[in-house]
Write a protein that binds this ligand. Structure first.
Ligand SMILES: [Zn+2]
Length: 121
């Protein structure tokens, strides 16, 4: 299986099953719902919403973020209303007052990491 890029034109590179319509990120060669291999490119974002987050005090496995940093689950909506959950780092400075549940966020394109920036109030 070849590795797909995380981003295309600032949006997440997801896949949509042409048989059952399920969208999945990260994109795979098969549908984990119906096992079809008939998958098309489907781009998510760049705008989403923060569902929940935590503050990590661990050094990340990859990247150069210095702890502590917020780490969250974002929701990206598809055209047909599917909610796709995506985990990523949140670009914010202590005390992280801009990071709020249900607040809008925007993807930050990167080669290795999924990062978000919170929308301004
Ligand atoms: Zn499917």
């Amino acid at each position: 299986m070849k590795r797909e890029p995380l981003f295309i034109d600032g949006k997440l590179n997801a896949g949509k099953c042409n048989d059952c319509g399920v969208v999945r990120f990260p994109r795979r060669d098969y549908c984990n719902y119906c096992q079809s291999t008939n998958i098309s490119e489907y781009l998510l974002g760049p705008q989403g919403k923060l569902e929940t987050f935590t503050i990590s005090y661990m050094k990340p496995m990859i990247g150069r973020m210095k702890p502590p940093y917020p780490y969250g689950v974002a929701i990206f909506l598809t055209d047909d209303g599917q909610k796709i959950h995506v985990i990523g780092l949140i670009d914010s400075q202590e005390p992280f007052e801009d990071v709020k549940i249900d607040k809008g966020l925007i993807l930050i394109e990167d080669k290795l990491l999924i990062k978000f920036k919170m929308e301004a109030d």
